[in-house]
Ligand binder design. Sequence first.
Ligand code: AMP
Ligand code: MG
Length: 268
Amino acid sequence: MNYSLKPITSAREIRLGDADAGRPEDVPRGDELDEAIRHERKRLKKLQSVLYADGRYAVLVVLQGRDASGKDGTVRKVFRSVNPMGCEVTSFKAPTDIELEHDFLWRIHQRVPRRRLIGIFNRSHYEDVIVPRVRKLVPRKVWSARYDQINEFEKMLCVNAVVILKFFLHVSRDEQKKRLKERLEDRKKNWKFRAGDLDDRALWTEYTAAYREAIAKCSTKWAPWYIVPADDEDARDLLVSRTIADVLDDLDLGYPALNAELEGLKIE
Ligand code: AMP
Ligand code: MG
């Protein structure tokens, strides 16, 4: 299987139409797809174990997407085989009163993973260039100044050994409708539904514009964005897990050398 996600390097590559959310042609199906996912999970499990032992890097995985785009499912399924000791998940909700009294990155910085760990952000500082813009919560000059602030912040993290990958889970209108309908009707899913989700859905075009600009302005060499076609959950899991595993692979992680001071020690 050759298909892999490419980091966004120009605005031209940002395709967020309904057709772009479907399963890409050359992603395998059926048993072959299941096998490919299992393979990536195994890779991720091994790589995370070396990441922890190696100790030089932290990894930050940012997940963004509309309601029901599959952020929770991606956390659950992509990281299923990874040692929980090596992971931290943070779900960012609407800011609290105290959070609103600080700069928008204050709550974010506190949750950046330390070295050895994979930190997963379920929503992130990108909400702060999306929601306030679409909902007109703050003036344009406030949210539009944040792109540069985000780029500088992420660059500082990168220089300090945080490897950043950002995924936009892209669903189509029809798929979101289907998933929101399930949330309305299924007791196990109903708790996830907020009436506000429908208001957000009604603002589909405005959200698309906001995501498009955030991705265009903030896909950098040090913190690239990947757009994930997310209508098909298995394809999504394969593409996300493979991308993370490939980036970890490129770090050339290794177990530290044997400790010379311990040489010759006998255990009775
Ligand atoms: P959920 O992820 O579905 O549990 O919902 C969390 C809600 O919090 C979503 O509607 C987000 O848009 C909202 N949210 C998260 N971060 C922010 C933010 N910085 N500003 C405004 N709304 C936010
Ligand atoms: Mg929600």
